[in-house]
Design a protein around this ligand. Sequence first.
Ligand SMILES: [Zn+2]
Length: 329
Amino acid sequence: MGKKKSSAPPEQHLLLPQHPARTNAQTTPIVDTHTHLISTFSTYRSKYKEGKYATVYDFVREVYKHHGVEAIVDVYCEAPVQKHWRELADSALSEEDRKTKWGGLEYWFVMGVHPHEAKEYTDDVERDILEAMAHPRCVGWGEIGLDYHYDNSPREIQQEVFIRQLQHAVRLNKPLTIHTREAEEDSERILKQYVPKDHRIHIHCYTDSPEWAARMLAHFPNLYIGITGVITYATNLNTSAVIRQMATSAERPLRILLETDAPFMTPSNIYETLKDVKGRLPLSHSAMIPWTAEWVANIVNESVGEESHWDVEQVLQEGRENAKKMYGV
Ligand SMILES: [Zn+2]
């Protein structure tokens, strides 16, 4: 059988250059508050069959190197629960292992059942999640919520499974990672009914309306809006509108969390730096966050006007502060 030729740009392009605004050594560390590490690594393996990184640890150590990726929050949202979560989480328990295996990265995770898979939610799955919640590297319950764009599970089941998980998370005081898409009314009603006002909530990969964001931010003082590379896409104007809305309010820091949702949502402005890449990168990863931060800084500056001089570093700093408040990482 002939080898199928991969259309992906060569592997070395995944080792990004430093973001042009981050040339000096004193740069703010990157915290990726929402990433799917195993699926990022398997996308890498399938797109780069001859790729040199054989394990997820090799991948992380080499691809994140020199970029100051300090911490990631990995997401397990499948049903049944993927059993390998424990190996990764255990391997981040000792400082020694974090240094040798992870290259110094702080590995954390959240777990829950995604609305797409709500119909697969069972007592056994729930038992597995509850077990994971007790792990010292587990910092939240998610991603859970409602997705009426794809409707991969029936809406009544999505709601039922969402509520069931919310009740456990609230009882355990676990921060929530929420996935909501084209389900504003039901997500709002359910969150307001089942979650106490002061609970920590991350509305991840935000793409819904600015009005909805404003209502949720006003109701929940510890709610944050998750910003991925999707903010750079011409097909999505909502996320930039949310930043504009925040920028013109007096509240600081901005209530945002920076995330990749890797392997998806490669920021489109990265190709201004990667001029010699032909085609598109087949995956995103945590070291791409500065490009998303750059987009946010530009939106803030445009909204506030001349006296505003936000840069990549400031956005990363606010994101860093908020990650600490949200997940304690
Ligand atoms: Zn996700």
